[in-house]
Structures are given as C-alpha cells and as structure tokens.
Unconditional design. Structure first.
Length: 283
C-alpha cells in the first residue's frame, strides 16, 4: 500500500520544474527529491549531466537557449523555477570591486534575474512559482563575505520587486539558508578566511526540504528560513540590524584577539584596524 504524501506536498506530482545549480549540492539533492515526488525536472548548470542542460547563467544567449531546451524537454509548460546557482568569493569590501565581486553579482543576482526572465512567459501561463535561494548572510555582515552579502541582499530585493509586479499571477518565495558546509565555501577556505564556526551550522537537507515544502505549499510563502534557529536569526537581522551589528562586532573582535584569520593576507588590514594601528587620515 502506497503511503499518501503529506498535504503540503500533494500539489507537486506531475508538475514541471527547472532547477538552476542542478549539479551542485543543494540542486542535485533537490532534483532527486522532486523526481521522487513525481515532479518532471530539468536542471541548468555549467556542468552538464543526465537531465541537466549545460548553461552559464551569466550569458544572456546561453540562458535563452537553455531555457528553450528545458521547456522543450518539459513539453512546453513550466510550473516551478528553483534557483540555487551561486558563488561565495572572499573579498575585502574596502577594496576596488574586482573580478570576484563582479562574478558574485553576475551569478547570484543577475543570473537568477536572467533565468527568471527567460522562464516568465511559461510561468505566467501556468500561474507558476519561483523559489529564490538567498542567505541569512543577506542581513548578517561578516568579514570578507561582502560580495556574497550584497548580492544575496540584492537578490532578496529582486524577489520582493518580482512579487510586487507579478505576484498576482506568479508565486514568489525567498529561502534564507544559514551556513551549510558545501563547496561554495571552498573559495573562502582557500583564502584563509572560512566562516566555519562564525555562524551556527545547518544541514544540507534543512535547506532542500525547506525549498521543497515552499514549492509544495498551497500558497507560496513569502520568506522561509531553513531551521527554527534560522527563523529567529532572520527576524533578528532584519528587524534589529543595530543589535545584529553589535553582536557580530563583538564576536569578530574576540576571534581576532584569538588570532583568527592570522595567516590570511586579505585579513591583515582587519587585524591592524582591530589593534588600532591604522587610523583615518586627518582632514
């Protein structure tokens, strides 16, 4: 005897979905869960794979072509678009915006925008749904994560604007995962400024199931965190930004006093400023 699906997932079987970042940790797991639930899924990713169309979402022409191919595989209709594609470079926010900053904005913000625009006619036809994956770091300013934070906060603003203009016909949900140990952190680790231990860790399945539940809900939820602690953190960071900044400043000060990031070249200026050896120039 087949066990019936929970009520919040019953709308999913038979739907057609496109998932970006489909070869990554979140994306591949979500694709597997959706297919298990009876959803027809085509992925988009720079790494092609079975059921995944190769696509660089920073390229306008590739996005249009890949979305056309995905829709063709899905029989021309689309009910659900899920965004995971993203990068997380380590940068000095006081420095000039370099190639890593431009990549973060191109992938995390404009890539999602491009793909959504390409999918919008199909989504309007079905009164479909868009799920955008932002981050708790969108409202939590941690050292060297500035490019990621700016791009993810901008992505949340894009979701809000999309909801305002298209929400009568297309559901829009923003998901805010916390820190999850996936390859997106390889860049900061290689630079010597990993975020491990700075914020509470979450599991990959927390994010995946939050996205799936948002996709299956009768009405698209507006903002979703992955855990109860994440929900509390989202509330704190959005509604009490001054308090959040004070907490982060205290924690960063304690970490620097213990020698955190001491071997990272990118962190030398922060260490000097923390010690008070670098002062603003006299006016």
């Amino acid at each position: 005897m087949t066990t019936p699906l929970p009520r919040h997932l019953r709308r999913l079987p038979g739907q057609n979905a496109v998932v970006t970042g489909a070869s990554g940790a979140f994306g591949s797991a979500t694709v597997a869960v959706l297919r298990h639930l009876g959803v027809n899924v085509v992925g988009l990713d720079r790494k092609a794979a079975p059921g995944v169309v190769e696509c660089d979402i920073t390229d306008d022409a590739q996005v249009r072509q890949a979305m056309a191919e995905a829709l063709d595989r899905l029989g021309g209709t689309l009910d659900l678009l899920i965004h995971y594609a993203g990068v997380g470079p380590a940068v000095d926010i006081g420095g000039e915006p370099d190639v890593h900053v431009h990549q973060a904005l191109e992938v995390n913000l404009l890539g999602s925008w491009r793909v959504t625009a390409a999918a919008m006619p199909a989504l309007l036809n079905t009164r479909g749904r868009v799920v955008l994956t932002s981050s708790l770091l969108a409202h939590l300013q941690l050292p060297f994560a500035g490019a990621y934070t700016v791009s993810k906060r901008a992505l949340a603003a894009y979701a809000d604007c999309l909801r305002a203009e298209y929400g009568s016909h297309v559901g829009v949900t923003t998901v805010y995962p916390g820190y999850v140990d996936t390859p997106i952190h390889d860049s900061s680790r290689a630079t010597g400024v990993a975020l491990d231990g700075l914020v509470p860790a979450e599991r990959e399945r927390d994010t995946v199931m939050s996205v799936v539940r948002a996709a299956g809900a009768r009405r698209a939820p507006r903002d979703v965190a992955s855990t109860a602690l994440g929900t509390a953190a989202l509330h704190l960071t959005r509604h009490f930004p001054g308090t959040t900044e004070q907490i982060v400043s205290l924690q960063v000060g304690l970490l620097l006093a213990d020698g955190a990031f001491g071997d990272a070249e990118i962190a030398q200026g922060l260490h000097e400023r923390h010690r008070g050896t670098v002062r603003p120039a006299a006016s």
